[in-house]
Unconditional design. Structure first.
Length: 436
């Protein structure tokens, strides 16, 4: 549970960077405008903690709080303070407009203040680092960050923050076009991160990645300019061999929405999409690495089990062979990759054949039924007109081989025949809409 001293510590941290804002927040804490929730309400939510700002609940992701201390509280305070300033501005200059009508404008003002505060903090750290190095260091980062506050983004491809090209395209949910791409540092994206309040990721984390030259490790699932999920990977070296480690993964499906908002229906399959992107990136661009590994928290283990990860040790997992919806997502991406390595194509063919063969077994419980449904969805992805011919051939040859032992084989063969007779745009194949 958040305590009063946690809020005071957060305000003190803000005061060190922005004395004027810190002074105002400290006054508001003393007056009770910033307060704690009633004892009975303070810990009812399994995922969220919260405090109260001017009568409004400010949610704080529980995992992020225990991982980062006061950082998410600082962010919440700054957002609400920025909103308060905007409300006062509207009241002074546009008295006829209601706060409800101006909600988006007010909320964006709060997000912008929080991001600007973090940019200033990042710039001060970079300047100190440069001074300690005798004036040596990055020359473009400080002016680049300063330009963000004026909404002057870098030209395409300029520095780490400017590359906005998707690595791979695929789909999430039923058929929503999505892009797997590096995180692009711009005001719009940083404001989205400030608004997420999910596990692991926050604005300071992103700016730290930029400052340390690690931004290439931060990747996103983006749909129509909206970041729907984030994944951070790193190289884990052990016994002279390297593994690709998934350090952090969060999606908007787990966003701690404000109690005043009605959350939109979240897109399904974003986490799977992100892992699929990492798998293809590993196989196609970094084949020298040995395997994909991660340390899974208890709540996420069901997800990793379902897509093909196997336990290793107390909390470790290793991706042995993609299956189910992960394989489906890999296939949807692979169909559109122009330069896919031949050995990767051959490996995916082998996985497809293995998955078809697994359908010979009859499901014995609900979990097995669910896994079978996911496997069938992956095989159907191979049978679409937009699929790579090698994947279609692998699926069809295996279906014909085990036709008498797989009850769904005839239906899937008919499915392939029906889709083959339709134009791709009619059957909804492999959409590649805008992502940013």
């Amino acid at each position: 549970m958040i305590k009063r001293e946690h809020i005071k510590q957060a305000i003190d941290e803000i005061s060190r960077r922005s004395p004027e804002i810190g002074y105002s927040l400290d006054e508001m804490l003393g007056m009770g405008i910033i307060d704690l929730p009633p004892e009975a309400e303070g810990s009812h939510d399994r995922d969220n903690l919260y405090f109260v700002f001017d009568g409004q609940k400010v949610l704080v992701n529980r995992v992020l709080f225990f991982q980062e201390g006061t950082v998410p509280i600082e962010q919440g305070l700054l957002i609400k303070y920025g909103e308060l300033l905007k409300k006062q501005e509207i009241q002074d200059h546009r008295s006829s407009i209601s706060y409800k009508d101006a909600y988006q404008e007010i909320h964006k003002a709060g997000l912008r203040l929080a991001v600007t505060h973090e940019i200033d903090y990042a710039v001060s750290r970079l300047k100190k680092r440069k001074e300690s190095a005798g004036g040596k260091g990055e020359t473009y980062l400080i002016p680049f960050l300063e330009s963000l506050k004026e909404e002057k983004g870098p030209p395409p491809g300029a520095g780490e923050g400017g590359d906005a090209s998707p690595l791979y395209r695929g789909v999430v949910d039923v058929a929503t076009p999505a892009c797997f791409m590096p995180f692009r540092v711009c005001m719009e994206n940083l404001m989205q991160v400030a608004d997420m309040n999910v596990e692991f990721f926050h604005v300071r984390f992103v700016l730290n990645c930029l400052g340390r030259g690690l931004l290439k490790n931060l990747l996103t699932c983006t749909v129509d300019r909206n970041i729907e999920g984030l994944i951070y990977v790193s190289l884990r070296e052990k016994f002279l061999k390297g593994d690709l480690e998934i350090k952090y993964l969060s999606t908007m499906r787990g966003k701690t929405w404000s109690p005043e908002e009605t959350p939109p229906k979240p897109l399904r399959g974003v986490g799977t999409f992100l892992v699929a992107g990492v798998w293809i990136l590993w196989k196609n661009e970094m084949p020298a690495l040995r395997e994909i590994v991660l340390d899974a928290e208890t709540g996420a283990r069901k997800f990793y089990d379902a897509v093909g990860f196997k336990p290793r040790g107390m909390a470790g997992y290793v991706l042995r062979s993609p299956k189910g919806y992960l394989l489906r997502s890999i296939l949807s991406m692979a169909h559109g990759i122009e330069h896919l390595r031949e050995d990767v194509i051959a490996e995916i063919q082998g996985i497809i054949k293995k998955q078809v063969k697994s359908l010979r077994k009859k499901p014995k419980n609900d979990r097995a039924v669910s896994e079978r449904k996911a496997t069938i969805a992956a095989i159907q992805e191979c049978l679409k007109p937009s699929a790579r011919p090698q994947f279609t051939e692998a699926a069809m040859s295996s279906l014909l081989k085990y036709e008498t032992k797989i009850p769904e084989s005839k239906e899937m063969i008919r499915y392939f025949s029906a889709l083959s007779e339709k134009p791709a745009e009619v059957s909804g194949e492999h959409a590649t809409g805008p992502c940013h």
